[in-house]
Ligand binder design. Structure first.
Ligand SMILES: Cc1cc2nc3c(=O)[nH]c(=O)nc-3n(C[C@H](O)[C@H](O)[C@H](O)COP(=O)(O)OP(=O)(O)OC[C@H]3O[C@@H](n4cnc5c(N)ncnc54)[C@H](O)[C@@H]3O)c2cc1C
Length: 289
């Protein structure tokens, strides 16, 4: 889990400070806090936050597939920046959940999308996810932005391997590549259970149409459960599929994202079949799946 181990907090970049105890205090300087930056309940009480936390205000949500929803948030302060592929840690203050009130998520939107911070998540029956689905426009969650190595390096070709919900960082990276007209080859190999489980399916097609440096390859692991006819590839990511992905791409950076089993298996394949150097592999293991 190279990327997770090395990630560091960078919420708001210039907005990160240190307490004497070394704990990070996240947020703008107190004299820069506008009423908009205060939680609505704080603004009502006119109580100055001490210290203020970063928070996101829900704008809207969209059902992507039968069990994946994208939540789009407005960040609190102008100038919040992130890099395509970056994670954040979201907290629902006071939430009672046996697994705690905090989850890491990748930001699935691109920095080129007008500042909207999106997370796309598999909805399951945890108190955290139940809370997310009950939120309405204007509700807030706390967050801390994190950056590791799992970010797009615009100067290098990339092979991106996504398992299931592990597509989220690649949606951000590919949208960024389209909007900034990146010309380095970017190949996505995306493994989903059924065609109906392909998240961002239409958008991914559009990305490849709009930027010819982008190639998208799908594989379906449970075709027998598909509701629609599927004539494309089936089966897990294997050496043949990787070989096809590597075709025409010289010395790519290889990104692996998804459930730990997917990441470990594809990393093993890369090492054993292609002798890919660990320095050319970046991983984001989505624990909890
Ligand atoms: C770097 C990173 C990026 C991520 N990005 C995303 C993303 O973009 N989208 C996304 O959906 N997820 C992402 N995740 C995963 C996310 O953080 C959550 O772990 C995941 O969504 C599961 O949360 P949950 O509330 O559904 O399940 P949880 O309640 O956290 O449960 C997780 C697992 O533990 C089991 N479990 C629950 N309670 C117990 C218990 N008491 N004892 C034993 N086992 C239990 C559950 O059955 C389940 O298998 C990311 C994770 C990481 C580390």
């Amino acid at each position: 889990m190279a990327a997770r181990g090395s990630r560091r907090s960078r919420a708001g970049r210039a907005d990160v400070g240190e307490t004497e105890a070394g704990t990070e205090v996240v947020g703008p300087e107190p004299d820069q806090i506008s009423e908009y930056d205060l939680r609505p309940d704080m603004a009502a009480e006119n109580a100055p936050p001490s210290p203020p936390k970063q928070w996101l205000r829900l704008r809207d949500s969209t059902l992507e597939t039968r069990d994946v929803t994208t939540f789009r948030f407005d960040p609190p302060a102008v100038g919040f920046q992130w890099r395509a592929g970056q994670n954040l840690v979201m907290t629902v203050p006071g939430l009672e959940d046996p697994r705690g009130p905090t989850r890491p998520f990748t930001i699935s939107s691109s920095p080129t999308e007008g500042g909207v911070v999106a997370v796309s998540t598999l909805i399951r029956d945890s108190p955290f996810k139940r809370h997310l689905t009950k939120m309405t426009r204007g509700d807030t969650v706390d967050y801390e932005a994190l950056e590791g190595e799992f970010v797009l390096e615009p100067g290098r070709p990339a092979l991106m391997l996504a398992g299931g919900i592990g597509i989220t960082p690649f949606r951000s990276m590919l949208k960024f590549a389209v909007d900034t007209r990146l010309e380095k080859p970017l190949v996505l190999i995306y493994s989903s259970k059924t065609p109906e489980d392909i998240v961002f399916r239409k958008e991914l097609e559009e990305f490849a149409e709009r930027n010819h440096a982008i190639r998208v390859m799908h594989t379906i692991t449970r075709p027998e459960q598909a509701k629609e006819p599927w004539t494309g590839r089936t089966g897990r990511v294997d050496a043949d599929l990787l070989r096809e992905g590597f075709r025409g791409v010289r010395h790519p950076l290889t990104y692996l994202a998804g459930p730990p089993g997917f990441v470990q298996e594809t990393r093993r394949l890369l090492a054993e079949e292609f002798h890919t150097s660990p320095e050319d592999i970046r991983t984001d293991e989505f624990d909890g799946y």
